[in-house]
Design a protein around this ligand. Structure first.
Ligand SMILES: Nc1nc2c(c(=O)[nH]1)N[C@H]1C(S)=C(S)[C@@H](COP(=O)(O)O)O[C@H]1N2
Ligand SMILES: [Mo]
Length: 313
């Protein structure tokens, strides 16, 4: 099926002005809007707003402040629900994320199906503050809870044939209204080269802001790869396979000329719809420069020494 680029993401301005200001915690006319709308009943919601838990960090290693919990949990890309960013959280409210298993297999010595809570107990929770840069040229700073993917991979013992990791998200069209959208090949599939998957920065996340992940953020378990565009960080994973060939991802299938396998954040390689040289940090007014590999070049640049990042976008 042939897609026009306009099919890939709806032409949508993000957060309506009032919601944006509220999410960003900005002030209008001297009144602090964060939380005030609920108290004043300006914008009645049908359920109480979720609350953040405690975080150890207030900023990332570059000194950038955390994006508000309200923005992180109300402005989402999760096409299994809807392509409308503000529509995801309301639709995801009743989505069942327990019980949940994740099957780890393919080219491994010890394939195993894990209950997600056993995984969390076994591999624990680190807090890691990462920038997340969407290919649509907006970004956030998020305090994740999770564990390195490498811990899980080491336990299942990839064979010498394994070169890539393929991640498969849940397929459940009865409960995921977006999966009736025939423009995409469901389920959502993503992939990493094995060395990328083994890198210390690469997390499996089960929480943010000191509390368990909400469904809109990919509960119960999602990938986080901070030097790549946000779409690599696949949500609500049910299967992880070690494979020999480069996986074909949902985005590569949808528009191979626009989305490559690597999807490394690169201000020098523009997407046909979005220049990647600058970005809008959610909660800030003016744009900022996008950093090579999203500011993680020191940690992961060596993975790409032999790769032309202009060709391998
Ligand atoms: N299963 C699944 N994972 C997904 C997506 C999706 O539509 N489905 N969207 C991706 C995109 S484009 C981005 S930018 C991030 C957004 O993560 P967040 O909503 O938690 O900020 O999730 C990624 N993971
Ligand atoms: Mo994205």
């Amino acid at each position: 099926m042939k897609l026009r680029s306009s099919d890939i993401t709806p032409e949508k301005t993000y957060l309506s002005r009032r919601k944006f200001l509220r999410a960003a915690g900005l002030t209008v006319g001297g009144a602090i809007l964060l939380g005030a709308c609920e108290r004043l009943g300006v914008e009645p919601e049908d359920a109480p707003a979720p609350k953040p838990g405690p975080t150890k960090s207030k900023q990332d290693e570059l000194g950038d402040p955390l994006t508000s919990f309200a923005a992180v949990t109300s402005y989402n890309n999760f096409y299994e629900f809807t392509t409308d960013k503000e529509g995801v959280a309301p639709l995801a409210r009743g989505f069942k994320t327990r019980p949940w298993t994740i099957a780890v297999g393919g080219l491994v010595a010890r394939p195993k199906t894990y209950d997600v809570d056993d995984l969390v107990r076994k591999f624990g929770e680190l807090e890691k503050v990462y920038r997340m840069r969407c290919v649509e040229a907006w970004s956030m700073v998020i305090p994740w809870l999770g564990f390195p993917l490498a811990k899980l991979l080491k336990e299942v013992e990839p064979t010498s044939k394994a070169k890539y990791v393929r991640f498969t998200a849940i397929y459940d069209p009865q409960n995921l209204p977006g999966q009736s959208n025939g423009s995409y090949s469901w389920p959502y599939v993503e992939g990493l080269r094995l060395d990328e998957a083994m890198n210390d920065l690469t997390l499996l996340s089960h929480g943010l802001y000191g509390r368990p992940l909400l469904a809109q953020n990919g509960a119960p378990l999602r990938l986080v790869v901070p030097w790549k565009y946000g779409f690599k960080s696949v949500k609500s994973i049910v299967k992880i396979d070690l494979v020999e060939e480069e996986p074909v991802t949902l985005w590569m299938r949808a528009a191979p000329d626009q989305y490559g396998f690597f999807a490394n954040v690169n201000p020098e390689v523009s997407h046909p719809r979005w220049s990647q040289s600058t970005e809008r940090r959610i909660g800030e007014i003016s744009r900022r420069k996008t950093l090579m590999l999203n500011g993680y070049a020191e940690e992961v640049g060596r993975l790409y020494r032999r790769l032309d990042l202009k060709k391998n976008f």
